[in-house]
Write a protein that binds this ligand. Structure first.
Ligand SMILES: Cc1cc2nc3c(=O)[nH]c(=O)nc-3n(C[C@H](O)[C@H](O)[C@H](O)COP(=O)(O)O)c2cc1C
Length: 238
């Protein structure tokens, strides 16, 4: 509506400019304009001002007009959310990491799962509760060992408070990737502890734990194969 009025007014201005160009006799501004021309100019200016006010009020009315809500589909609201067509509860990818390697591998594990259409979530071990594990069907745990056979700092509380007790985790299936270095006496100690605790709680290991000695590529490719088998789709290498 406003752009239509603007177009009409612009056309009128062009027409007026063309007409005024023929109104002047002799050389431009050789003398001050006559009184009648001052009045004509003032009238044009006032008309333009009124038109501006009218246009502005029109656009304000448009902004305050109630808009009829159109229901949005899920894909319009959150297009990047992974599909939940395979499972309704997410596969958990849980990591305990001191210097970031386990976290990086966990991120890649998540991408493998999501790339295969799985609904998966990445979480640090310290954000996990027993209740969350009890309502999860499948978890991938990636845990490094720090200190002298100790958990990474952020996982110490979980190790002390949660893993010191047995809980019923019989509905959980899991796989563990234990990261370590065989030059330490307590090789992959924390990953082994997690694996043992889950077994005691009745959780079902879908595969044998994989121990990774100093980022051994063979062990990492075994983990990739394990995740791919679960996901059902071969993916590019980790
Ligand atoms: C200070 C320090 C202590 C470590 N202690 C152990 C250990 O006791 N047992 C073990 O198997 N690996 C040990 N490691 C090796 C790490 O677990 C291994 O490098 C792992 O890949 C690190 O993963 P992250 O970056 O996720 O913490 C230690 C590494 C460092 C730097």
């Amino acid at each position: 509506m406003i752009s239509k009025v603007n177009t009409i007014f612009l056309a009128a201005l062009v027409f007026a400019a063309w007409g005024l160009a023929h109104w002047t006799e002799g050389t431009w501004w050789i003398a001050p304009p006559s009184a009648s021309r001052w009045w004509a100019a003032a009238g044009s200016l006032a008309a333009y001002g009124l038109l501006c006010v009218w246009s502005f009020r029109g656009s304000s009315a448009l902004k305050t007009m109630p808009v009829k809500a159109t229901p949005m589909t899920c894909s319009q609201v959150l297009p990047e959310v992974p599909s939940r067509s395979f499972d309704d509860d997410p596969v958990l990818v849980i990591y305990a990491s001191e210097t970031g390697f386990a976290e990086e591998l966990a991120q890649q594990t998540l991408e493998l799962l999501r790339g295969a259409g799985k609904f998966a979530e990445l979480l640090p071990l310290d954000s996990i509760s027993v209740e969350r594990l009890q309502t999860t069907r499948q978890a991938f745990l990636l845990a490094s060992t720090a200190g002298e056979g100790e958990p990474p700092a952020h996982a110490c509380e979980f190790a002390e408070d949660v893993m010191s007790t047995q809980h019923d985790l019989s509905t959980l299936s899991y796989a563990v990737l234990a990261l370590g270095d065989s030059s330490y006496d307590e090789y992959c100690a924390f990953g082994r502890q997690i694996d043992a605790w889950l077994q005691q709680c009745g959780a079902k290991a879908t595969d044998d734990r994989i121990d990774v000695d100093d980022a051994d590529p063979m062990a990492l490719s075994d983990w990739q194969a394990l995740v791919e088998e679960f996901a059902g789709t071969p993916q590019p290498s980790l």
